[in-house]
Ligand binder design. Structure first.
Ligand code: CUA
Length: 159
């Protein structure tokens, strides 16, 4: 009699754990607010960036205070950003379009809330408002190979 009761309790506990696990995993994958990569920028063929708007990456003015910045992340630099800083004016809204030419990279603007993955085949789109002149470091935070720790760049918000 006693054994039967404990068996029931433990069976119930085990089922609860399994249901809880499935709920947690499901929430982590598709729950509200969960977004691994922003795919609103669409897809792209990483092998032929030369035939896209990424052929000549950089800053484009699109409105009074609006700018687009196309950036290619590749082993182990941001283009532009690493060999020359990305320059945008203060009081502007800047939309970044970032693609990878090879493997998964990260794109973090240190000191802002911009922090995203750059996945081959996906265009990562992220918008930021820059009110004040400042300098920001661009950091790759996804391990992308032997030179990962050197992969960095700079964004300058000019007066
Ligand atoms: Cu690119 Cu780490």
């Amino acid at each position: 009699m006693e054994i039967h009761r404990y068996e029931k309790i433990w069976t119930a506990a085990a089922l609860l754990l399994i249901v809880g696990l499935i709920a947690t995993v499901t929430y982590g994958a598709v729950g509200p607010g969960v977004k691994m990569v922003d795919d609103s920028g669409g897809t792209i063929d990483s092998g032929s960036l030369d035939e896209t708007e990424f052929a000549d990456p950089g800053v484009t003015r699109t409105g009074e205070n609006q700018y687009e910045v196309h950036v290619i992340a590749r082993q182990f630099l941001f283009q532009p950003g690493t060999t020359s800083p990305i320059r945008v004016p203060a009081n502007s809204e800047v939309t970044f379009y970032i693609v990878s030419a090879d493997v998964v990279h990260g794109f973090e603007l240190a000191g802002t809330n911009v922090n995203t993955m750059v996945v081959p085949g996906q265009v990562t789109k992220v918008s930021v408002q820059f009110d004040e002149p400042a300098e920001y470091g661009i950091v790759c935070h996804e391990y992308c190979g032997s030179g990962h720790h050197t992969m960095a760049g700079q964004l300058v918000v000019v007066p």
